[in-house]
Design a binder for this molecule. Structure first.
Ligand SMILES: NC(=O)c1ccc[n+]([C@@H]2O[C@H](COP(=O)([O-])OP(=O)(O)OC[C@H]3O[C@@H](n4cnc5c(N)ncnc54)[C@H](O)[C@@H]3O)[C@@H](O)[C@H]2O)c1
Length: 500
């Protein structure tokens, strides 16, 4: 029997297709008890939360608007998400208690939320929401960009094999501009034609702005949303669907004129952020040489509301699934889908800078260690890509830990939200921050988790601390200095000037 192991260590037997189909029968008879059925394809960081929010939508009388079925794959890497939802648990650990409450309520109290591995679910749907991954592979900083389209294409094929004539497909996945028109629609049309469906396809793009973290649920339900339809009917259907679970009274929808616009909007949003971060890194290096506290400088500039209040702060690096790849989808699309000879020069350079950024933290550690880290045990605090989230994809800690290993250091890691680190399974994770600290020669604060704000520096072994995320204030840095430890901080030129 095949098993799927969740990040929390729980083990789930993967059903055979026959067993899954038998369980699916329950969904077939349960669905008609609700006004409409929504199927969410892909139960990852986005889809699991989207399914929970849609299951929480209510009519004026407080009755559920939808029966929601989440689908994912019967694979060791993914099945646990299906099992967890059916057990009434959020698959993703989150500081937002509302996510768990919505899933528990949907699976137990109202019974309008279920998950399955059966693609037959698409045949029950009035609306299908697509929350699939679309990976960028093989970018080495140069011009070659490869897109992992196979997963996306296969999943759309599954929808097309079962979809009903009037079902609306809403693609939330971040895709290259042109993907809805030139990839998704042709696959869905081909499969529908093969089944004799002649009615025009209802297809829309409504990209997700969900932010896993303390406002996970509200970042879907109470947040602005842009969307577009493949045609006027699709746009109208998508607008009606979105307003049924988003608080559009406070956060009005923005309809863009075509799917390429909404596909591009998502990529531009994330590229803007990536460029902003890279640009601040350049000033970080300058400030450190000049003895300037760049945090205070940025703070003083940010008072200019409307033009400068979004300036980023110095930091450790850029991670996560989105900011590290989304710009590349745009660059790929230019040539591969539109034959356009356009280079997003500033944007791609920003991505290169962001990739190198954790090496600056490494350089600070090397300097504090007196020029060699060989044989030193360095505790890196934080492996997720963002404070208070459990997502470790493309974490900048990977780059630092690899560089520490190359320098002959023994890197160990800690993270209050992560039990195992799938991207670096060979790296030791310490459960107790305190014990980890007492056994380390150096500490790097890589993620500003709240738990690190209260860190207590006990033990005699620790010789240096690099604060890459503005976790320590000046008093604590001074305190460490007075106890004989060397201290550096990214963007903290004033600490360097004080000879810490
Ligand atoms: N993670 C974020 O914070 C975030 C925010 C906004 C937008 N996005 C975008 O949303 C999309 C999804 O991101 P994610 O973080 O949820 O990815 P993810 O990898 O966590 O989840 C995707 C899920 O889709 C499943 N899947 C793959 N093929 C399938 C198929 N044929 N049928 C059913 N399920 C299938 C995978 O097994 C996986 O569980 C991406 O385009 C991403 O860029 C992500």
């Amino acid at each position: 029997m095949k098993e799927s192991v969740a990040p929390d260590g729980s083990r789930h037997a993967i059903p055979t297709h026959g067993e899954a189909l038998a369980q699916f029968e329950e969904l077939r008879w349960r669905a008609p008890a609700f006004p409409k059925t929504v199927v969410v394809q892909g139960l990852g960081f986005v889809g699991a939360a989207v399914a929970a929010v849609i299951a929480g939508a209510r009519d004026a009388a407080g009755r559920p608007l939808y029966f929601v079925i989440g689908t994912d794959l019967a694979t060791p890497g993914s099945y646990w998400k299906v099992a967890k939802i059916n057990a009434g648990e959020a698959p993703i650990g989150s500081p937002d208690a509302e996510l768990g409450a919505l899933i528990e309520d949907g699976t137990r109290a109202t019974g309008n939320l279920r998950a399955t591995t059966c693609e037959e679910a698409y045949g029950l749907a009035d609306v299908i929401v697509v929350d699939l991954p679309l990976d960028v592979t093989g970018w080495d900083g140069g011009t070659g960009i490869e897109i992992g389209l196979a997963t996306f294409e296969a999943a759309l094929g599954a929808i097309g094999r079962h979809i009903r004539p009037d079902t609306l497909v809403v693609i939330e996945t971040t895709v290259p501009p042109g993907a809805c028109e030139k990839i998704a629609a042709p696959i869905l049309e081909r499969e529908r034609r093969a089944r004799g469906i002649a009615k025009p396809l209802l297809l829309a793009h409504a990209y997700e702005r969900v932010m896993p973290g303390p406002r996970y649920v509200d970042s879907i339900r109470r947040f602005w949303r842009s969307y577009s339809g493949a045609d006027a009917r699709s746009a109208a259907a998508a607008g009606e669907f979105l307003q049924s679970f988003i608080d559009t009274g406070s956060f009005p929808l923005w309809e863009l004129p075509n799917t390429a616009s909404s596909e591009m909007a998502k990529l531009m949003e994330n590229s803007y952020r990536a460029v902003n971060i890279a640009w601040v890194h350049e000033w970080t290096l300058l400030a450190e040489r000049l003895g300037v506290n760049l945090f205070e400088v940025v703070e003083s500039v940010r008072v200019r509301k409307g033009t400068h209040d979004n300036m980023r702060y110095p930091g450790f690096g850029v991670g996560g699934y989105c900011l590290t790849k989304d710009s590349l989808l745009a660059q790929w699309s230019a040539g591969a889908m539109f034959g356009a000879d356009v280079t997003l020069g500033i944007t791609l350079e920003a991505l290169r800078i962001n990739r190198r950024m954790p090496l600056h933290t490494f350089d600070l550690a090397l300097e504090l260690a007196g020029g060699s880290l060989a044989g030193k045990r360095v505790l890196v605090a934080g492996v997720s890509y963002l404070a208070e989230v459990a997502d470790t994809r493309s974490s900048p800690t990977e780059i630092l830990v690899d560089e520490l290993a190359r320098a002959g250091a023994e890197a160990v890691v800690h993270d209050p939200h992560v039990r195992c680190w799938p991207e670096r399974p060979g790296v030791e994770m310490v459960e107790s921050l305190q014990q980890g600290l007492e056994a380390a020669d150096g500490l790097v604060l890589a993620v500003p988790h709240r738990a690190y704000q209260r860190i207590e520096f006990t033990g005699e072994r620790l010789k240096f601390v690099v604060d890459a995320q503005n976790v320590l204030d000046d008093d604590r840095a001074q305190w460490l200095h007075e106890r004989g430890m060397r201290v550096a901080g990214v963007g903290k030129g004033h600490w360097r000037k004080s000879g810490y």
